[in-house]
Design a protein around this ligand. Structure first.
Ligand code: ADP
Ligand code: TRP
Length: 323
């Protein structure tokens, strides 16, 4: 029996190559090994997204983007959070177990509130909804970035509290901290992030890719002199995109046989080669929304099928089911 994996993805706008190597690619790699469920967490996104239109569009876009980079709906169950019956009910039940002072300790909540995001009850309760996402599927493992470790700890705490009060219903899931292969640098050399405006978009056109790569910040080593590959932002990206030729590139760097311009030109072409199939698939999916809706319908069916047993048990042991 394969272990159950669950992760949630916020449908939050345009994706970049840092998101791909830091998260999406790892989901794609894991879909063979696990009974994988990937939830597009639209309820969570409501803590930041402000209009119905934006939420609807981002949700569908996020689904398409993940299919485009190779998430296979035959292998993994891809579904939208709000299609799962009983999820909000479970969140409510967990809310009656967990205290406000405990939730006040959440780093993510404190950080977001400090950044000026309105501290709505939804933002405050975010970890409890996340616990419901995980526990409703009886997940064994939860792949997340380091910043989400505490939320998975809170999930275990909620599972323990429930089990102590009502008897053993939930497993305690484990976080699987996704190694950021190395943090992917942006064109300015800082961590690539949509909030820094230093990204190379995952679905950029060839011209955009060439333009972004040309802007990568480098030192001023003249052509003919050796460049230390370890300190070079262009080389850091070569490592992700160049396969076998990486050793040859490293030698050329060290021997002074390649200048920044040539290196960037090679990188741009390699990125284009790598990303073109993603972009093509994405365009096809954009023109075949019925297929995408079909994937989500099937995903919802499978996810609900899996969750139903837990929800029924919870209703019984809590006395919510009264006959
Ligand atoms: P952003 O910083 O652009 O807002 P998010 O915080 O939405 O990105 O991150 C979504 C996922 O992508 C997370 O799992 C995060 O760890 C990963 N990720 C984002 N930027 C990078 C990066 N530069 N290198 C590696 N992984 C990244
Ligand atoms: N909080 C996660 C993030 O911001 C997204 C998320 C929601 C999630 N529910 C989840 C992740 C359940 C793992 C499991 O990245």
């Amino acid at each position: 029996m394969k272990k159950v994996l669950l992760s949630g993805i916020q449908p939050s706008g345009d994706l970049h190559i840092g998101n791909y190597f830091g998260a999406m690619k790892q989901f794609v790699d894991m879909q063979n090994e696990y009974d994988a469920y990937i939830s597009i967490v639209n309820y969570h996104a409501m803590t930041t997204i402000q209009t119905g239109r934006e939420l609807r569009e981002n949700t569908l876009k996020s689904v398409i983007d993940h299919l485009a980079v190779g998430l296979d709906p035959e292998k993994a169950t891809l579904f939208v959070q709000s299609d799962l019956e009983g999820l909000n009910e479970l969140t409510w039940i967990f809310n009656t177990l967990i205290t406000a002072p405990y939730l006040e300790r959440a780093h993510a909540y404190k950080d977001k509130a400090e950044k000026g995001i309105e501290p709505s009850m939804g933002l405050f309760d975010y970890p409890v909804l996340m616990a419901a996402d995980i526990l409703i599927m009886n997940a064994d493992v939860v792949p997340v970035g380091e910043d989400q470790r505490q939320h998975v700890e809170m999930t275990r705490e909620i599972a323990r509290k429930f089990n102590n009060k009502y008897g053993d219903v939930f497993k305690e899931p484990k976080e699987m901290i996704m190694k950021e292969v190395a943090v992917v640098p942006g064109i300015d050399g800082e961590k690539m992030s949509k909030s820094y405006g230093n990204t190379i978009s995952l679905f950029a056109t060839d011209t955009e890719i060439r333009g972004q790569v040309a802007k990568i910040v480098t030192d001023s080593t003249p052509v003919g002199e050796s460049i230390n590959p370890q300190n070079d932002n262009v080389f850091a990206l070569h490592k992700l995109f160049s396969g076998k030729e990486i050793d040859e590139l490293r030698q050329r760097y060290e021997k002074g046989e390649i200048g920044h311009k040539e290196s960037k030109d090679i990188l741009a072409e390699n990125i284009i080669k790598y990303l073109t199939p993603f972009r093509k698939t994405r365009e096809e999916l954009m023109n075949d929304k019925d297929y995408v809706y079909g994937v989500l319908k099937e995903g919802a069916k499978r996810a609900n099928g899996k969750a139903r047993e837990i929800i029924q048990k919870v209703r019984e042991v809590t006395g919510i089911k009264y006959v």
